[in-house]
Design a protein around this ligand. Structure first.
Ligand code: ZN
Length: 529
């Protein structure tokens, strides 16, 4: 009888979290996330699942972030009808986040199809639709923290606060084994929050596991510990200098959690006089819905009960419609604009970037992790020109970055969290770039943990849960994408950069005659093939 776990995502990368477990009595998933990042990775969202959706008995959901939950509607559309277990916070967030994700995909495929039609390419269909997103909500089951729930005969689970975002959980799992009096014990970390985070108590869980599957996003990276006042002062400094520059301050922000943290801090800063009055626009229907959920769950959240209300705040303008959003473009300076997505790869932030990136008096403040290959990471790496919806845009705005709002535990906090779970028979490090996972492995090994008990799987590897042996996905011929292709900028990024460089070379030429020479030389290279 098979007793295995396949790493269908978030192995060697941070997105697409999805573990597929098969036991003698059930077949189920932990998370069903969307791939984000370069186009090679995103293409996986359009391929069939590596399992039969209709054969999956249930799903255990760690939290609402799209890279952990974004393929649930496709799972439904592919025939899955079992329950999806999660906290009530996660359920409330997903009730609008999945619809938004579907909307973005429908819109982007529509734009892509218009371009494809002009170029004579075939039509593409979205990974799923808004109706799939609405339908799959029926399968969601809310579960309390720290209470055992039987998911299938011989399989029970319990959720622990992961301190990452509203509703986030680590999942403790027990699977009874034939002929053994002890069940197999597993713990999925989900994404783990930092200590002393706004809104949430520190992450926790129990100990003594056969397998701990732990995220390693910030392996090898230590953050300077900041208290609340220091964090707010760093933000205040950025706001003051941005507004002094005369233009608007653009903050690409994750709609859930990050936006609410920023709103809470901006409100407090203005009330205390640390920053001048400036209109704050929350230009993201998704973030507005999320803020409403935060208000509804305020009683469970630290700080929010004594913080000013986020919704009934006259200084924050919530722009719902596209017209309201476009009206913001008429404001030339002095406004703070928050819009999703945080990595600038989707959402309204893109039209604001189009309007602001070329203005030297504008400021773009990056406040979160930027995955390799995203527009946010290009800006963070100092790109002088970027492409937005096919148009080249010069980057003249001030690009600033702060890292005081991380939703993730840093290196030391991950090592501590793992230490608190000991004894652990086998530690599996996922959800991180290869260097990050390796740094975390080395640190855990330095505490005395045996190195041959640590596994760093790659995408589509399968582990035998009885023996702990890992079978590489390429040996089984089930690997969908080369591990190398998902961490670096892929050929799409390279091609876009090449076109920008050619354009710049032609623009830079002294006169039309020189331009013709450049074009002729480039043409000759093409004809050499
Ligand atoms: Zn997350």
């Amino acid at each position: 009888m098979s007793f295995t776990m396949r790493f269908c995502g978030a192995a060697g990368t941070v997105t697409g979290s999805c573990y597929w477990l098969t036991t003698p009595t059930a077949s189920f998933l932990v998370d069903c996330g969307m791939f984000q990042g370069n186009k090679t990775l995103q293409a996986l969202n359009y391929e069939p699942f590596p399992f039969e959706a209709a054969q999956i008995d249930f799903v255990l959901q760690t939290h609402a972030h799209i890279d952990h939950s974004g393929m649930l509607p496709k799972l439904y559309a592919s025939g899955f009808r079992g329950p999806v277990h999660m906290t009530s916070g996660t359920r409330d967030l997903l009730s609008f986040m999945l619809a938004d994700s579907a909307f973005i995909q429908e819109m982007e495929t529509e734009q892509l199809n218009r371009r494809n039609a002009r170029r004579g390419r075939p039509e593409v269909t979205p990974a799923y639709t808004r109706s799939d997103a609405a339908e799959c909500l029926r399968l969601f089951r809310a579960v309390d923290y720290e209470r055992w729930v039987e998911a299938a005969p011989g399989i029970r689970f319990r959720l622990w606060n992961a301190g990452h975002i509203l509703g986030s959980a680590s999942i403790e799992l027990e699977i009874s084994q034939d002929g053994q009096d002890k069940p197999l014990r597993l713990l999925f970390s989900g994404d783990i929050g930092p200590d002393h985070k706004l809104f949430h108590p520190d992450p926790e869980a129990s100990s003594d596991f056969d397998y701990v599957i732990c995220e390693s996003t910030y392996g090898g990276r230590a953050r300077t510990r900041r208290n609340e006042e220091e964090r707010r002062e760093i933000l205040a400094h950025e706001v003051r200098t941005a507004l002094q520059a005369g233009g608007n301050l653009l903050i690409p922000s994750f709609a859930v959690e990050r936006t609410q943290e920023l709103l809470a801090d901006l409100t407090l800063l203005e009330q205390s006089g640390a920053i001048d009055h400036a209109p704050v626009f929350l230009d993201s229907p998704l973030a507005i819905r999320a803020t409403e959920v935060f208000e509804r769950h305020a009683h469970e959240l630290e700080h929010l009960s004594r913080q000013p209300h986020l919704i009934d705040n006259p200084n924050i303008r919530f722009t719902e419609t596209v017209d309201e959003s476009k009206a913001i473009n008429r404001i030339r300076g002095g406004a703070i604009i928050l819009a999703a997505s945080g990595m600038c790869d989707a959402g309204r932030i893109r039209h604001h970037l189009r309007q602001h990136l070329w203005r030297p008096d504008s400021t773009v403040l990056l406040v979160g992790y930027q995955a390799p290959g995203t527009l946010g990471s290009l800006l963070s790496n100092g790109a002088s020109e970027v492409t937005i919806q096919g148009d080249p845009i010069k980057v003249r705005a001030r690009i600033r970055e702060i890292d005081v709002y991380s939703g993730h535990a840093d290196h030391g906090e991950l090592v501590d969290w793992i230490g608190d779970r000991m004894p652990i028979r086998r530690l599996i490090l996922t959800h991180g770039d290869p260097e990050a996972s390796a740094a975390l492995r080395d640190a855990v090994v330095a505490t005395g943990f045996p190195v041959d008990h640590v596994t760093q799987p790659q995408i589509d590897d399968v582990i035998d849960l009885e023996t702990g042996a890992l079978e590489p996905g390429d040996r089984k011929k089930i690997r969908r994408v080369e591990p190398d292709a998902i961490i670096r900028p892929d050929w799409h990024n390279d091609a876009a950069q090449l076109l920008l460089d050619i354009r710049e070379e032609i623009d830079r030429a002294a006169d039309d005659r020189a331009r013709k020479v450049v074009i002729r030389r480039l043409r000759r290279v093409l004809e050499e093939r």
